[in-house]
Design a protein around this ligand. Structure first.
Ligand code: ADP
Ligand code: ZN
Length: 754
């Protein structure tokens, strides 16, 4: 009997089996969307496989597929196979993975289902790409008599010149009918135009002339071209210092791939996906580029998907979730800044887009290029074992640019500058003065937003902390003085006196970006200071801030991590790291790696063009190895050192981890449940024998309480994947019996350890 397995986009682990009625034989193929009965509801599902063999259950109990929504697979075979493997790797429900991959399609199709009735096949486009525009036509002849609304609308159009019909409709609800009449009378010109899909495409692109490659770039491009030519799955690590011109290498590789008639996928960190970056790609490939990002409308996302699906566009660029773009005949996958933490999804299906990019490319027989100035230790380990071919760019691309000089300011020995603020040391003050005098720009990096990270009562030692999370509240000043939790966004009025002992001796501890901004404005009254952090800017607004820097409308940019990412600001000659140590003390085995990457990346913002750059790093731990290596831009040295530490402590890349997280509003329950799951894990691990799977914990998470929920965890560790998976699966099975008061989630290859 002909039947198929389908996945329903709901968080259930298993595919479901349905029979295929005769009239739909040959039409139900893997990757098409179908409607089927699920419980009592009609649901949209994606066909995973079709079979003629024996049915795994009584045939009479099989329900039939009701209808098919696509004439061709909505999810191409390559992508479907990849999604199934991804689901299996992360022990995630296939339905949920599918939902990740096709969110817009699903909703659009559901709407279609509702409006068209269930049994109609449709292959019509969902959502229109065209947009009506109206323009008044100059007429000298006698005006015909018009009704009052038509007269008003015409006057409006004559005043504004041209307007989208949809916009007119908002003012004059019957605009479409009126406009049609006016057009018949020859007073208005109506036109259907392709609508700009995305703000990224609002301005037409100007093509650039590719620069002459440097020798190093040429060698890298050659190696990638070679891999593309072989059409064998091959992965390369492009290790190029900041400003070495990695993007140009990507552009050439994509051009080769397109020449072969194949498509390319480019993944970048969310924050790097700026109009500036996109315009570099558009300057080379014009509009035949699909841009995928989180701020996109559903319709635009859906349209991008369709353009790729119909191979009208062959290059997709986007952040993490672009991993699932249906790029036709995938030939090349690029992951820029592959070390970036934002490639890991931290909720739902906790996939790592860089790891999965390698998998997808491998399965598709595509070339994969991971690029970074500070490769992750995972990628370094792969390169050292020969699984990634290493390509090096050791010089900056710009003929006159060189890597900036990095100097350490030992805060234990150096006093504050004229501001009196201990975190604006004298050397830092002098360096800023010099930059301002030379008419250049500075970036100051501080990894704390707000005014002061904590408020302390000197009377009883109480620190203002969040009632829902185990962290202190940060004092914010801009937008009204407030205390705010950076984890759950809880907000309360600033203490006037201690909430516990009513003492009024309150002190502000530490320094946030707001306070730094203040101190700078005071010390350098003529300098134009801009701040960039999550409080002032999200998405497009952060781009506006960077744009002002680029246009020289500001002298100093103060900010959090947001200032460290790939920005190319040629007049920045000073980068100041206000306090390098903060991130080093986090209870996370990647703390050193992250701090090193951060330091090298932020240092990389200085001296990118003609002027030499200087980086000043303030610290109380001047002898910390991370700082010593960053000082010399010694990536290889750091990697050697840190790999040694990881090997000794048996952490990735020398072991594999699965983190079991539990949280609950009830502390006792979560503790008990964590213990139960740890016991299940230990028993399974014992059954497994060697090589051993270690079960660490249960223990409270470093951030014990978050949003009012108590958090516990159990960490599984092993050198091999197979036994680790077996234990993780046993835990997953046991967790199905966990009561609703406790939430359990499994994180394969965890990144966020807090
Ligand atoms: P990376 O991504 O490696 O940090 P970018 O790709 O941003 O570096 O390049 C840094 C700067 O060098 C950019 O301004 C870019 O236009 C320029 N550049 C890149 N390749 C060349 C080249 N071959 N000749 C001249 N300038 C180049
Ligand atoms: Zn909180």
């Amino acid at each position: 009997m002909l039947h198929c397995e389908v996945a329903v986009p709901v968080p259930l682990s298993h595919p479901f089996t349905y029979s295929i009625p005769e009239r739909l034989a040959g039409i139900v193929v893997p990757g098409v969307r179908v409607a089927c009965e699920f419980g009592r509801a009609h649901k949209l599902a994606v066909v995973l496989s079709v079979s003629d063999g024996p049915v795994p259950m009584a045939e009479s109990r099989l329900k039939p597929i009701l209808s098919v929504l696509d004439t061709a697979p909505s999810v191409p075979a390559e992508l479907l196979g990849f999604l199934r493997e991804l689901a299996s790797y992360y022990l995630a429900p296939i339905g949920e993975v599918l939902r990740l991959a096709m969110p817009a399609l699903e909703r659009a199709a559901l709407r279609e289902l509702q409006s068209q009735g269930l049994f109609e096949r449709q292959d019509k486009a969902v959502g229109g790409r065209m947009m009506g525009f109206a323009r008044a036509i100059d007429t000298s002849g006698e005006a015909p008599r018009l009704g009052p609304s038509a007269t008003k609308l015409l006057a409006h159009l004559r005043a504004t010149g041209e307007a989208p019909v949809s916009q007119l409709k908002e003012i004059y609800p019957s605009a479409p009918t009126i406009l049609k009449k006016l057009a018949e009378l020859g007073l208005v010109h109506l036109e259907q135009r392709e609508r700009a899909l995305d703000p990224f495409f609002e301005h037409p692109s100007v093509r650039d002339t590719p620069p002459v490659l440097t020798d190093e770039q040429l060698a890298a491009v050659d190696a990638i071209d070679h891999a593309l030519g072989d059409r064998a799955a091959k992965a390369l690590l492009l290790a190029g210092v900041t400003g070495s011109g990695k993007t140009e290498v990507y552009l050439r590789a994509i051009a080769t791939c397109l020449q072969q008639g194949r498509g390319a996928l480019v993944l970048v960190p969310e924050i790097a996906l700026t109009p500036q970056l996109v315009s570099r790609f558009r300057a080379r490939f014009g509009d035949s580029l699909a841009v995928l990002h989180s701020g996109m409308s559903e319709r635009a996302r859906h349209e991008m998907w369709r353009m790729l699906r119909e191979a009208r566009v062959k290059v997709a660029i986007g952040a993490r979730s672009a991993l699932f773009a249906p790029v036709p005949e995938l030939g090349l996958v690029i992951v820029d800044e592959e070390h970036d933490g934002s490639f890991k999804q931290e909720e739902g299906v906790r996939y790592h887009a860089r790891d999965m990019a390698l998998l997808r490319a491998h399965r598709a027989g595509a070339t994969c290029v991971l690029g970074s100035a500070t490769p992750s230790l995972e990628s370094e380990a792969l390169a050292r074992s020969g699984k990634l071919q290493r390509l090096r760019l050791i010089k900056r691309a710009h003929a006159t640019a060189s890597l900036p000089k990095v100097e350490i300011v030992d805060l234990r020995r150096t006093g504050p500058g004229p501001s009196g603020n201990p975190l604006l040391s004298l050397p830092m003050h002098r360096a800023i003065e010099k930059v301002l005098a030379a008419g250049q720009q500075a970036i100051l990096f501080l990894n704390r937003r707000g005014f002061a990270p904590s408020v302390l009562c000197e009377g009883c030692g109480t620190i203002a902390s969040c009632p829902h999370c185990s962290v202190s509240l940060t004092m914010h000043r801009s937008g009204g003085v407030k205390l705010r939790c950076h984890y759950c966004d809880y907000e309360t009025a600033m203490w006037e006196k201690c909430a516990k002992c009513a003492c009024e001796r309150l002190v502000l501890i530490g320094l946030g970006t707001e306070r730094l901004e203040d101190a700078l404005c005071e010390s350098f009254p003529t300098a134009r200071v801009l701040r960039l952090d999550r409080d002032v800017a999200a998405g497009a607004r952060s781009e506006a801030v960077l744009d002002r820097m680029r246009k020289r409308q500001a002298d100093i940019l103060v900010g959090t991590q947001m200032v460290t990412k790939g920005h190319d600001l040629p007049d920045v000659t000073l980068v100041g790291v206000i306090l390098a140590d903060a991130a080093l003390s986090l209870p996370d085995f990647r703390a050193s790696e992250r701090t090193f990457q951060l330091l090298v990346q932020v240092a990389g913002r200085a001296g990118r063009a003609e002027h030499a750059g200087l980086v000043l790093v303030q610290t109380r731990l001047p002898d910390h190895p991370v700082l010593r290596f960053a000082l010399k831009h010694d990536v290889a040295g750091f990697v050697d050192h840190e790999l040694g530490n990881r090997r000794e402590a048996n952490y990735p890349p020398f072991s594999r981890l699965v983190l079991i997280r539990l949280d609950s509003a009830k502390e006792e329950r979560v503790k008990e449940e964590a213990q139960r799951l740890a016991d299940v894990a230990s028993r399974q691990a014992a059954r497994q024998g060697k090589p051993m799977v270690e079960v660490l914990g249960p223990s409270p998470a470093p951030l014990e309480r978050l949003r009012g929920r108590y958090r516990y965890r159990v960490l599984l560790r092993a050198s091999d994947r197979a036994p680790l998976r077996a234990v993780a699966k046993a835990v997953q099975l046991a967790a199905e019996r966990t009561d609703r008061a406790v939430r359990v989630s499994l994180d394969v290859d965890p990144v966020q350890m807090l």
